[in-house]
Design a protein. Structure first.
Lengths: 199, 231
């Protein structure tokens, strides 16, 4: 039961409290780039969840059974980024061949994810926090869900910005960033929720 | 971008007119994440500059040998290699900075500035010009980080590089140290730079594909945010 509780805590904290986009500044580029329309935001969000979980499932064993046992810890960054890049390519090909319908909806976003810092970030964080394999998977799932949540919420905010009158200098990106600031302010309210989850 | 060929302009364009952070809008994640303290900002800026100069030079040297179709993986490996070197160096000699930067140090690998400059500049220019471009862009990045960090630290924490400022420390606005403050200051700074350059710097109204490191992978075909730019 305690392991289950700790998993729930990891999940909640990575979705709400330590939201990657709105609290940790990871994955800002796709967050600002692809959040213009709701359907794009959802597509990107699900692709990120998918890649994060699969990447963690691959990089965790590599770190623990390959790099650690041969004292190659310093190769972590190089190995992880290569694994993620190869994995994304592979997932795209596999989806195209076996599940064309899913490829149609997610395929567009997959190549964009290779260099998404959130994916590399979550795999490295799982190692740094010395999570077990199951905890790592749950953490990645939570981070992906948090990313999706932030994207969906923000795409709603952005559709409002387009209709409003903004001073010339602030048009476009500055206004978007300031809106992001307000959304992330709302997420500050979640701080502390996890500590009292089972109290 | 391409008709200004003199070496000086390559060096200086990174500082304001083509500032990677405020004008090209590259490398947003580390900009926001490490700009809470001045020390962290300088450390991040210089670490990224070192990686940028080295990777620009090596990529420029190898530009005739790297096949076009696999150039992105090649670039990533070169960059990740230099990031590892810088990471080990900082870990050994500046352990407190290593603690401050944390995971963001390893994430220089996926910093769009570095891959972006490799793709936009180093892959097409000579070694010397690429090194200059690396210095200019790196300093522009450091300068931008420093300016955001100064605002956030002085007003948000009442200190500058860890030294308390007498009056301000009693009236700090802690909000600026937190995440929303980062977004807010960054947004305002972009607007200010646009005003200062009187629109001379091509302002991005949206995130164009060329700011995204995967631009070369998707070619801007698949992505709806494409700013039509012939490659």
């Amino acid at each position: 039961m305690d392991t289950f509780k700790s998993l729930i805590i990891i999940l909640m904290s990575s979705v709400l409290v330590n939201n990657y986009v709105l609290n940790r500044f990871l994955g800002i580029c796709p967050f600002l780039g692809v959040s213009k329309k709701l359907n794009q935001a959802v597509g990107m969000g699900f692709s990120v969840i998918f890649v994060m979980v699969v990447a963690t499932a691959v990089t965790w064993p590599i770190q623990h059974f390959l790099l650690d046992s041969y004292g190659l810890g310093y190769m972590q960054t190089i190995v992880f980024i290569l694994v993620i890049a190869a994995l994304v390519q592979f997932i795209e090909m596999a989806l195209k061949k076996f599940i064309p319908s899913l490829h149609k909806s997610l395929g567009v976003y997959l190549p964009l994810i290779t260099t998404n810092c959130a994916v590399l970030g979550v795999t490295i964080e799982n190692i740094d926090e010395s999570f077990t394999f199951v905890e790592s998977i749950v953490n990645s799932l939570g981070c992906g869900l948090g990313f999706l949540l932030a994207m969906v919420l923000f795409s709603g905010v952005r559709s409002k910005i387009d209709d409003s009158e903004i001073p010339e200098s602030f048009k476009g990106l500055p206004a978007t960033l300031i809106a992001a600031s307000f959304v992330s302010m709302a997420f500050l309210g979640f701080a502390g929720i996890v500590d009292n989850l089972f109290a | 971008m391409s008709n200004k060929n003199s070496n000086l302009s390559i060096l200086f364009k990174g500082l304001l007119l083509e500032n990677p952070v405020f004008v090209l809008i590259l490398g947003t994640c580390p900009t926001l994440a490490t700009s809470t303290t001045v020390i962290g900002a300088i450390g991040m800026g210089l670490a990224a500059t070192a990686v940028l100069i080295c990777s620009n030079m090596v990529i420029s040297m190898l530009r005739r040998f790297i096949p076009d179709t696999v150039r992105i993986p090649c670039y990533i490996v070169i960059i990740a290699g230099f990031v590892t070197v810088v990471e080990m160096f900082i870990h050994a000699y500046l352990p407190s900075l290593y603690e401050t930067l944390g995971v963001y140090l390893a994430l220089i690998t996926v910093n769009c500035i570095i891959l972006g400059r490799a793709e936009m500049f180093a892959g097409k220019n000579t070694v010397f010009k690429s090194a200059l471009d690396g210095v200019g862009m790196g300093l522009g990045f450091t300068l931008a980080l420093l300016s955001i960090a100064t605002i956030r630290e002085v007003i948000g924490a009442g200190t500058f590089a860890g030294i308390e400022i007498p009056v301000l420390v009693d009236y700090k606005i802690e909000f600026l140290q937190k995440t929303p403050g980062g977004f807010l200051i960054y947004g305002i700074m972009i607007a200010v730079v646009y005003k200062l350059t009187h629109g001379k710097a091509p302002k991005k109204t949206k995130f164009g594909c060329e700011s995204c490191p995967s631009f070369s992978v998707c070619g801007g075909v698949k992505c709806d945010n494409t700013v039509k730019e012939a490659k």
